[in-house]
Design a protein. Structure first.
Length: 56
């Protein structure tokens, strides 16, 4: 996926801070009615060696 340079996050800690500050993503799909966006709450485990983000 193309990410413009002004939105690109290189540092892992900065990415963790962004997810903690706004733990919500949008899943966007296209169907016969057009685009549909569904909000997905995020849960992050930033423990060393197990860094995961869950959406549910």
């Amino acid at each position: 996926m193309y990410i413009p340079a002004s939105f690109k996050i290189e540092e892992l800690q900065e990415l963790h801070d962004v997810v903690r500050a706004a733990p919500l993503a949008n899943l966007v799909i296209s169907n016969d009615a057009g685009l549909v966006a569904t909000p997905l709450p995020l849960l992050m485990d930033a423990a060393p060696f197990t860094q995961r983000i869950w959406a549910f």
